[in-house]
Design a protein around this ligand. Structure first.
Ligand SMILES: C[S@@+](CC[C@H](N)C(=O)[O-])C[C@H]1O[C@@H](n2cnc3c(N)ncnc32)[C@H](O)[C@@H]1O
Length: 180
Protein backbone atom coordinates (compact mmCIF):
# COMPACT_ATOMS: atom_id res chain seq x y z
CA UNK A 1 0.00 0.00 0.00
CA UNK A 2 1.13 3.55 -0.77
CA UNK A 3 3.08 5.13 2.11
CA UNK A 4 0.79 8.20 2.07
CA UNK A 5 -2.19 5.97 2.84
CA UNK A 6 -0.40 4.18 5.63
CA UNK A 7 -0.22 7.60 7.28
CA UNK A 8 -3.74 8.66 6.23
CA UNK A 9 -6.07 10.53 8.56
CA UNK A 10 -9.66 9.27 8.88
CA UNK A 11 -12.13 10.70 6.34
CA UNK A 12 -13.59 13.66 8.26
CA UNK A 13 -17.38 13.47 8.86
CA UNK A 14 -18.83 15.27 5.81
CA UNK A 15 -22.16 15.94 4.03
CA UNK A 16 -22.48 12.26 3.03
CA UNK A 17 -21.72 11.13 6.59
CA UNK A 18 -24.37 13.48 8.07
CA UNK A 19 -26.89 12.48 5.38
CA UNK A 20 -26.54 8.81 6.36
CA UNK A 21 -26.43 9.66 10.08
CA UNK A 22 -29.76 11.52 9.87
CA UNK A 23 -31.46 8.44 8.48
CA UNK A 24 -29.96 5.79 10.75
CA UNK A 25 -30.45 7.50 14.07
CA UNK A 26 -34.05 6.16 14.24
CA UNK A 27 -33.09 2.55 13.41
CA UNK A 28 -33.21 0.02 16.26
CA UNK A 29 -32.18 -3.58 16.78
CA UNK A 30 -29.69 -5.91 18.44
CA UNK A 31 -26.69 -5.64 16.20
CA UNK A 32 -25.33 -3.29 13.54
CA UNK A 33 -22.24 -3.19 11.34
CA UNK A 34 -20.64 0.00 9.98
CA UNK A 35 -18.50 -0.89 6.95
CA UNK A 36 -15.76 1.65 6.22
CA UNK A 37 -16.18 3.12 9.69
CA UNK A 38 -13.28 5.61 9.32
CA UNK A 39 -13.56 8.24 12.08
CA UNK A 40 -16.19 6.11 13.86
CA UNK A 41 -18.84 8.84 13.60
CA UNK A 42 -21.60 6.53 12.30
CA UNK A 43 -20.67 3.69 14.68
CA UNK A 44 -20.99 6.06 17.62
CA UNK A 45 -24.53 6.98 16.49
CA UNK A 46 -25.51 3.33 16.06
CA UNK A 47 -24.24 2.63 19.58
CA UNK A 48 -27.21 4.68 20.91
CA UNK A 49 -29.77 2.13 19.70
CA UNK A 50 -27.98 -1.20 19.09
CA UNK A 51 -26.47 -3.44 21.80
CA UNK A 52 -23.68 -4.69 19.54
CA UNK A 53 -21.97 -2.37 17.04
CA UNK A 54 -18.96 -3.40 14.98
CA UNK A 55 -17.01 -1.14 12.63
CA UNK A 56 -14.69 -2.38 9.89
CA UNK A 57 -12.22 -0.44 7.79
CA UNK A 58 -9.57 -1.51 5.32
CA UNK A 59 -7.09 1.06 6.67
CA UNK A 60 -5.52 0.01 9.97
CA UNK A 61 -4.01 3.43 10.59
CA UNK A 62 -7.36 5.15 10.13
CA UNK A 63 -8.90 2.83 12.73
CA UNK A 64 -6.08 3.60 15.15
CA UNK A 65 -6.66 7.34 14.68
CA UNK A 66 -10.48 7.23 14.84
CA UNK A 67 -11.90 10.33 16.51
CA UNK A 68 -15.10 8.84 17.92
CA UNK A 69 -14.93 6.09 20.50
CA UNK A 70 -16.07 2.74 19.20
CA UNK A 71 -15.49 -0.48 21.08
CA UNK A 72 -15.43 -3.15 18.40
CA UNK A 73 -13.39 -2.48 15.32
CA UNK A 74 -11.87 -4.86 12.82
CA UNK A 75 -9.43 -4.11 10.03
CA UNK A 76 -10.66 -5.99 6.97
CA UNK A 77 -12.28 -5.47 3.59
CA UNK A 78 -16.07 -5.14 3.84
CA UNK A 79 -17.32 -7.82 6.24
CA UNK A 80 -14.87 -10.44 4.95
CA UNK A 81 -13.78 -11.84 8.33
CA UNK A 82 -17.15 -11.53 10.10
CA UNK A 83 -19.33 -14.52 10.83
CA UNK A 84 -22.48 -12.89 12.23
CA UNK A 85 -25.81 -11.79 10.84
CA UNK A 86 -26.75 -8.19 11.69
CA UNK A 87 -30.11 -6.41 11.81
CA UNK A 88 -28.54 -3.45 10.03
CA UNK A 89 -25.44 -2.79 7.94
CA UNK A 90 -24.55 0.77 6.95
CA UNK A 91 -21.87 2.06 4.61
CA UNK A 92 -20.84 5.47 3.37
CA UNK A 93 -19.32 4.05 0.20
CA UNK A 94 -16.11 5.25 -1.39
CA UNK A 95 -17.92 6.15 -4.60
CA UNK A 96 -15.77 8.49 -6.71
CA UNK A 97 -15.44 7.44 -10.35
CA UNK A 98 -11.68 6.89 -10.71
CA UNK A 99 -9.36 5.02 -13.09
CA UNK A 100 -7.50 3.48 -10.19
CA UNK A 101 -7.72 3.46 -6.42
CA UNK A 102 -5.21 6.01 -5.21
CA UNK A 103 -7.18 7.13 -2.14
CA UNK A 104 -9.01 4.17 -0.59
CA UNK A 105 -11.07 6.55 1.56
CA UNK A 106 -12.94 8.01 -1.43
CA UNK A 107 -12.13 6.20 -4.69
CA UNK A 108 -14.66 3.71 -6.02
CA UNK A 109 -12.75 2.65 -9.15
CA UNK A 110 -14.27 2.41 -12.65
CA UNK A 111 -17.74 4.10 -12.77
CA UNK A 112 -17.39 4.39 -8.99
CA UNK A 113 -18.53 0.79 -8.75
CA UNK A 114 -15.60 -1.55 -8.15
CA UNK A 115 -15.24 -1.02 -4.40
CA UNK A 116 -18.99 -0.64 -3.68
CA UNK A 117 -19.67 -3.94 -5.51
CA UNK A 118 -16.94 -5.65 -3.49
CA UNK A 119 -18.50 -4.29 -0.28
CA UNK A 120 -22.02 -5.44 -1.27
CA UNK A 121 -20.72 -8.93 -2.06
CA UNK A 122 -18.96 -9.11 1.25
CA UNK A 123 -21.92 -7.73 3.25
CA UNK A 124 -24.83 -9.69 1.82
CA UNK A 125 -24.44 -12.90 3.86
CA UNK A 126 -23.93 -10.89 7.08
CA UNK A 127 -27.46 -9.43 7.09
CA UNK A 128 -30.36 -11.32 8.67
CA UNK A 129 -33.15 -12.20 6.25
CA UNK A 130 -35.46 -9.17 6.56
CA UNK A 131 -32.54 -7.07 7.81
CA UNK A 132 -31.44 -3.80 6.19
CA UNK A 133 -28.43 -2.58 4.28
CA UNK A 134 -28.40 1.22 4.02
CA UNK A 135 -25.67 2.90 2.02
CA UNK A 136 -24.82 6.27 0.48
CA UNK A 137 -23.78 6.62 -3.13
CA UNK A 138 -23.76 9.56 -5.53
CA UNK A 139 -24.65 10.84 -8.97
CA UNK A 140 -20.86 10.96 -9.55
CA UNK A 141 -21.00 7.15 -9.86
CA UNK A 142 -23.13 4.86 -12.01
CA UNK A 143 -25.60 4.55 -9.12
CA UNK A 144 -28.36 2.97 -11.29
CA UNK A 145 -26.03 0.07 -12.06
CA UNK A 146 -25.17 -0.22 -8.37
CA UNK A 147 -28.88 -0.42 -7.49
CA UNK A 148 -29.41 -3.17 -10.09
CA UNK A 149 -26.40 -4.99 -8.67
CA UNK A 150 -27.84 -4.72 -5.15
CA UNK A 151 -31.14 -6.24 -6.37
CA UNK A 152 -29.27 -9.12 -8.00
CA UNK A 153 -27.44 -9.70 -4.72
CA UNK A 154 -30.79 -10.57 -3.10
CA UNK A 155 -32.21 -7.30 -1.78
CA UNK A 156 -35.53 -5.53 -2.17
CA UNK A 157 -34.17 -2.08 -3.02
CA UNK A 158 -35.57 1.42 -2.62
CA UNK A 159 -34.15 4.93 -2.66
CA UNK A 160 -34.82 6.46 0.76
CA UNK A 161 -33.71 10.00 0.00
CA UNK A 162 -31.68 12.22 -2.32
CA UNK A 163 -29.78 15.36 -1.47
CA UNK A 164 -28.51 17.90 -4.00
CA UNK A 165 -25.13 19.42 -3.28
CA UNK A 166 -23.21 21.95 -5.32
CA UNK A 167 -21.55 19.44 -7.66
CA UNK A 168 -23.33 16.12 -7.05
CA UNK A 169 -26.46 14.50 -5.73
CA UNK A 170 -26.19 12.11 -2.79
CA UNK A 171 -28.40 9.03 -2.93
CA UNK A 172 -29.39 6.99 0.08
CA UNK A 173 -30.19 3.40 -0.85
CA UNK A 174 -31.92 0.82 1.33
CA UNK A 175 -31.83 -2.90 0.58
CA UNK A 176 -33.95 -5.32 2.60
CA UNK A 177 -32.47 -8.80 2.44
CA UNK A 178 -34.97 -11.15 0.88
CA UNK A 179 -35.69 -14.46 2.61
CA UNK A 180 -33.54 -17.04 0.82
C1 LIG B 1 -16.22 7.85 2.45
S1 LIG B 1 -15.31 7.17 3.79
C2 LIG B 1 -16.58 7.07 5.06
C3 LIG B 1 -16.02 7.12 6.47
C4 LIG B 1 -17.09 7.22 7.58
N1 LIG B 1 -17.91 6.03 7.60
C5 LIG B 1 -17.98 8.40 7.35
O1 LIG B 1 -19.13 8.21 6.96
O2 LIG B 1 -17.51 9.54 7.55
C6 LIG B 1 -15.13 5.45 3.28
C7 LIG B 1 -14.37 4.58 4.27
O3 LIG B 1 -14.34 3.24 3.75
C8 LIG B 1 -13.06 2.67 3.95
N2 LIG B 1 -12.92 1.60 2.93
C9 LIG B 1 -12.59 1.71 1.63
N3 LIG B 1 -12.61 0.51 1.02
C10 LIG B 1 -13.00 -0.38 1.98
C11 LIG B 1 -13.22 -1.79 1.99
N4 LIG B 1 -13.07 -2.53 0.89
N5 LIG B 1 -13.59 -2.37 3.15
C12 LIG B 1 -13.74 -1.63 4.29
N6 LIG B 1 -13.53 -0.31 4.34
C13 LIG B 1 -13.19 0.31 3.20
C14 LIG B 1 -12.12 3.84 3.82
O4 LIG B 1 -10.86 3.62 4.44
C15 LIG B 1 -12.92 4.97 4.49
O5 LIG B 1 -12.66 5.04 5.87
Amino acid sequence: MHRKLLEAEPYPPSEDTFFLADHIKHEKGESALDIGSGSGYLSSILKESFSLVIGTDILFNVLKKRNYYTENIICCSGADVINHQFDLIVCNMPYLNTDDISDVRTDGGKSGLEIPMKIINSAKSCIKPGGKFIYVTSSLSDFKKLISYTKLAGFDVSILAKKKLFFEELILVQGIRLLS
